[in-house]
Design a protein around this ligand. Structure first.
Ligand code: ADP
Ligand code: ZN
Ligand code: ZN
Length: 743
């Protein structure tokens, strides 16, 4: 038998198949989807490859497969090949997402070992003759053996602590052959320290029940149907998810729930543990250690975990017999990968659900414009939850015009209204969240004399000032330098630190409200694995007055005592160079507003802005998604943006700018000849808005049109021709459809 194998080669862009003979001893083990080791070219080590087809014979003289590593199902291999075509990447890159994490290492064969722990037991010799204890002279040794007799299966450190004895004492008992060490495999379990606090199933409201019934009908009928649960924050979406999952589990099937990484909070997990217990649950996200991810994956593979909760890549969790996929906060842009393979977990989910004949459920308070459009077109079944489940009211939102504040002489970061409200809230001992919409908006350094800004020498973007280190730092490459007092360009000393960072905001608060306690959450304070959790717990448990933060404070947390949310400036996300600017602004403001007044205390939100009349801000005041959608979809139609059209971004990067220019011109001509006839408009190559990162120049070609299956195939062919030719070898090329980030 012959296997067609894709080599996971260091030679990039190698999507070719090679034939190998299957040796007799592996005949019954190797199938489509097997990861194998093969000799390749004149390489000294064996290469990894993936079997994509089995056939009778080959016309070539072929080598033999040397070994077998792991097996994937045929449908997974099909999925990987589909992804490679759709997202213009290597099949092997896609397959890697589906393999057990940590089993693939640079040195082939070197594996993340199962974690083993040493436990202590009595020896048979002692067990048969407990009177041996009389031979012991030392009191400590007697005490230790007594403890172990009652408590077998503890570890050395546990015995030392619980019996209050030294390592030497225990070792001397081992020497006497009274006790022995036994090594056993244990799971590294990210939920190990969690306790279960019972979370009772709630009686659904009418709206929840209706949504639940429609979806369970699709489960019963064993058919694919896509649903969009459009429900305001607090309308009980999560309760519906939990009951759907229960339904699926009762049918002996599994469930995947995707959430944005940042919403995967301990509070959220506690709710699921409280309902389902932690044995059935597996969690997958990037903050886990590789060992933990490995063990969670095995737990799923061995069918011990039935429910997978995780971020984007959990869509590939190896659950057998899947019953439902749920994607919460479906508008969140973390579901689309921004590096190779540039896949969209929503599209993967749709394919898996169609193949398995199961429902796909999307949920959001502010659906993705494209999803809502599809719902309007009846491509997706729309399910509305219009009321808050626990009858708390939506908060009152006030928009403050910063232009007017400035005109009246208020130059501080706080409008009169926000200042008064914080003061009032402090007096009433309620909690406040201050949110800084900081995307592309941080403290940069500018010379007021000549306008010179301090930029990173490698990346050509502004350096950011970090006051805790008193240094300037590049957010792209990490370059750091000392602050300057004189302008490096004109020598003037009129250097100004411009913009607002969270640190600056915290300092201001301390100045104005010296007695208020504050805590800050942003990329600088959230570094360690649990720091995110620690900050939130601290804020909640220690009743800290004011939480100051960036995007991270926005999502999914539940703070009963927060009655005031202040948005310091709503404008920065409005001004980004991206067709989703309005959508992002509306989403973020609505979500921030949703943090206030979630239980019986009424909530208040103050949004400060220089653009009070812009429609995303206007409509977020009423939290009126429907009106926002109507306005935005008209704009998209007029300007030919998604969902009416796809934006293709072909990126070029490399150290040799001349080569990039030549190469991109060639690609431009190639695309014009090949895809313009499908109605795709191909624009000229241009430097990207950030034209250099880490000393690599960045150019791009933008094209607009409907990317059909046919167009995808043509682009793939063009790319293959380019890789085959020797042109542009030093330039990296990437293709992305509707990327999140246009810079
Ligand atoms: P969402 O996921 O839409 O933000 P949640 O599921 O978190 O909403 O629900 C918000 C609050 O309402 C939670 O405290 C939850 O326990 C409560 N809740 C949800 N459904 C019900 C219900 N049917 N009856 C009573 N309370 C409910
Ligand atoms: Zn200057
Ligand atoms: Zn840099």
């Amino acid at each position: 038998m012959i296997a067609e194998v894709i080599i996971d080669s260091r030679a990039k862009k190698l999507n070719r198949k090679f034939d190998y003979k299957i040796p007799d001893n592996l005949k019954d083990l190797i199938d489509v989807g097997s990861r194998v080791l093969v000799p390749f070219a004149n390489f000294k080590t064996l290469e990894q490859g993936y079997v994509i087809k089995i056939k009778e014979k080959t016309e070539f003289e072929v080598k033999e497969i040397a070994g077998l590593d792991e097996n994937l199902s045929q449908s997974r291999i099909e999925l990987a090949r589909w992804m490679a075509r759709k997202y213009f990447c290597n099949v092997s890159e896609c397959i890697k997402l589906m393999l057990t994490p940590g089993t693939r290492n640079k040195e082939i064969g070197k594996r993340i070992q199962d974690k083993k722990v040493n436990f202590i037991y009595l020896t048979d010799k002692f067990r048969e003759n407990p009177n041996l204890v009389e031979l012991l002279r030392g009191e400590k040794q007697k005490k230790t053996i007594e403890f172990i007799s009652k408590n077998e299966g503890f570890t050395m450190p546990e015995i030392m602590e619980l019996a209050d004895v030294s390592r030497e004492t225990i070792n001397s008992l081992i020497k006497k052959d009274f006790i022995k060490i036994e090594e056993q495999k244990v799971d590294r379990n990210p939920l190990a320290l969690k306790r279960k606090e019972e979370n009772e199933k709630l009686k659904l409201t009418d709206e929840q029940q209706l949504a639940y019934n429609k979806i369970t009908k699709a489960i019963e009928d064993k058919r694919f149907e896509e649903f969009l649960i459009y429900g305001v924050t607090g309308s009980g979406k999560t309760e519906v998810y939990m009951q759907l999952i229960e339904e699926v589990i009762n049918k002996e099937k599994g469930a995947i729930l995707l959430v944005p990484e940042i919403s995967l909070t301990p509070q959220m997990l506690d709710r699921f543990i409280g309902r389902f217990g932690k044995e059935k649950l597996a969690v997958l996200h990037s903050k886990l250690s590789i060992g933990e991810r490995h063990d969670e994956w095995i737990k799923i593979k061995e069918n011990r975990a039935k429910i997978v909760i995780g971020a984007r890549s959990a869509i590939f969790a190896p659950l057998e017999n899947l019953g439902i996929i749920i994607i919460d906060e479906e508008h969140d842009n973390s579901y689309k990968s921004e590096s190779n393979p540039r896949y969209n977990a929503k599209e993967i989910a749709e394919r898996i659900c169609k193949e398995d004949n199961i429902p796909l459920v999307l949920g959001s308070a502010t659906p993705d414009i494209s999803s809502f459009y599809r719902a309007k077109q009846k491509d997706i079944t729309l399910l509305k939850l219009t009321k808050r489940a626990n009858n708390s009211n939506l908060p009152k939102v006030e928009v403050v015009d910063l232009k007017k504040e400035l005109a009246s002489g208020n130059k501080s970061m706080f409008s009169q209204a926000l200042y008064e409200s914080i003061k009032e809230n402090l007096k009433n001992k309620n909690q406040t969240i201050l949110f800084l919409n900081r995307r592309g908006y941080s403290t940069f350094v500018i010379c007021r004399e000549c306008g010179y800004t301090m930029k990173c020498p490698n990346c050509n973007i502004s350096l950011t000032y970090h006051s805790f280190k008193n240094k300037l730092k590049c957010h792209y490459c990490g370059h750091e330098e000392n602050i300057v007092n004189k302008c490096p360009s004109c020598g003037s000393d009129k250097i100004r630190y411009f913009g607002t960072g969270t640190q600056k905001l915290e300092q201001e608060i301390k100045k104005i409200f010296p007695k208020a306690s504050t805590i800050r959450m942003d990329v600088d304070t959230v570094t360690k694995k649990n720091s995110h959790e620690e900050i939130l717990n601290k804020f909640k448990n220690e009743n800290i007055d004011i939480l100051i933060g960036t995007q991270m404070v926005v999502k999914g947390h539940h703070f009963p005592k927060v009655t005031l949310v202040g948005v310091i400036s709503a404008d920065s996300s409005l001004n980004i160079d991206d067709f989703r600017a309005n959508e992002k602004t509306f989403q973020i403001l609505t979500q921030v507003a949703g943090r206030a007044g979630r239980e019986n205390l009424p909530g208040k939100v103050i949004i400060q802005t220089y653009n009070p009349d812009s429609f995303p801000i206007e409509f977020s005041k009423e939290q009126n998604y429907d009106l926002f959608y109507k306005t935005e979809i008209e704009l998209r139609k007029q300007l030919k943006y998604p969902p009416f059209c796809d934006i293709i971004v072909i990126g070029f990067s490399g150290e040799d700018q001349n080569e990039i220019i030549k190469f991109s011109t060639l690609v431009h001509n190639m695309l014009k000849t090949n895809i313009e006839k499908y109605g795709i408009n191909v624009f000229m190559p241009m430097p990207a808005p950030i034209d250099r990162i880490k000393n690599k120049y960045r150019w791009r070609i933008i094209a607009k049109g409907n990317v059909t299956e046919e167009v995808t195939i043509v682009i793939n062919k063009c790319l293959q021709n380019l890789y085959d030719s020797a042109i542009g070898k030093k330039t990296n090329i990437s293709v992305d459809i509707n990327p999140n980030n246009m810079v």
